[in-house]
Design a protein around this ligand. Sequence first.
Ligand SMILES: Cc1ncc(COP(=O)(O)O)c(C=O)c1O
Length: 446
Amino acid sequence: MHLEGLTLSFAVCILYQRQELFRTRTHLKSKIITQGRNGTVEPRFASRMGILRASDIREILKVTQNPEIISFAGGLPAPELFPASAIAERAAEVLASQGTVALQYSPTEGFFALRQIIAERMNTIWHTQLMPEEILVTTGSQQGLDLTGKLFLDEGDVVLCESPTYLGAIMAFNVFKPHWVEVATDDEGMEPEALEDALRTHERIKLIYTVPNFQNPTGRTWSDQRRERLVQLAAKYEVPVIEDNPYGEVCFEGTLPRAIQAMDSRGLVICLGTFSKIFCPGLRLGWVAANRRYLDKYVILKQAGDLHTSTVDQMIAASYMKTHDLENDIQHKRDVYRKRRDAMLSALEAEMPRGVSFTRPKGGLFLWVELPTSLDARQLLIRSLEQHVAFVPGEAFFPTSGRKNTLRLNYSNMPEARIIEGVRRLAVAVRKELEVGRPAQAPVSV
Ligand SMILES: Cc1ncc(COP(=O)(O)O)c(C=O)c1O
């Protein structure tokens, strides 16, 4: 199959078609158009819908459902590590012993026993000093981001973020039409001079958003000095900091990084946490940990949004954590992911041509690749899909100024042998792209 010269979406569509899912999609699409022709009134959506676009990434992820594709694209934890049978037992026990409570509406703030567990774990692991009353259970930390946007952002308000940053935060906040300012970021976090410069020069700054540990997408982790400086600057300019921390506990090397929230004496740091990467994402359990002056407002917004997170899921999770050793499960995940990261790093070192560089994360699920500046990762994706390998082009992770020669690779979702094979094929695609980009040789005169 030759996909060269096609647009990314079109190329992805061709692969999608091969999975026969395309037929259903076309059928649905034509049905909608026919209804329109029959005189249905065009829907009049809110103006914000004008700027919101479905991302290419969703199309890429559909392609990756094909088992032939080696996918480095998603951010999926390893499903074989989910404690499915233990959760089934806990679910049966919760329903048998407390079914009437588990299936009932419950407080917006969350199931108290789970809030206690979250506060205790955070205080033990991250050295915070949280009361259970300072925890709001959310439907994944993605809901924490959505509520954060609703709480702080009016159109045109400024969000400072790392460059690049988490795509899901860009999408969640963009609903509120903010003005993004990307702060120059290196391997230690946001550069303090650039951060202070942004704080000094921009008006209407509402948030500093950061993923300080094993960041999605780069795998980078902030140094302690940078964290301290961030807390000082946030206090000086009185700007709240969103510390989005899904990966901190997925740490392979050395000691755990320090929590920014634990360094803050002003109550300006709002932490978003989640069980998605340390337990299982399908339960959709996350939390906001914050000073009551913020938390009480988050509660009002959550009440308006979905009343509360699933009672039964919260009770199952709390029951699991009381009867099983979650820390042991996490250690196992670290061991498995460390080996997968090592496999990916060695394969990249062995296979990639000169001029390709990549991060070496000490935890988390992702690493970040920089190609020679002549290459465009979206074109490379088209070529690598020919080799049945998927990844996410890096451009999407920059809210203002995409760098086209970057890409994100995930290593958590696949055994080492497939990772090695996938990187080998990706390197073939990179070499071919370099060949195409090379200026034609001058004809040799005879
Ligand atoms: C940085 C970051 N924040 C938040 C989330 C959302 O996670 P969840 O809603 O599963 O808790 C993710 C998911 O990958 C993430 O990478």
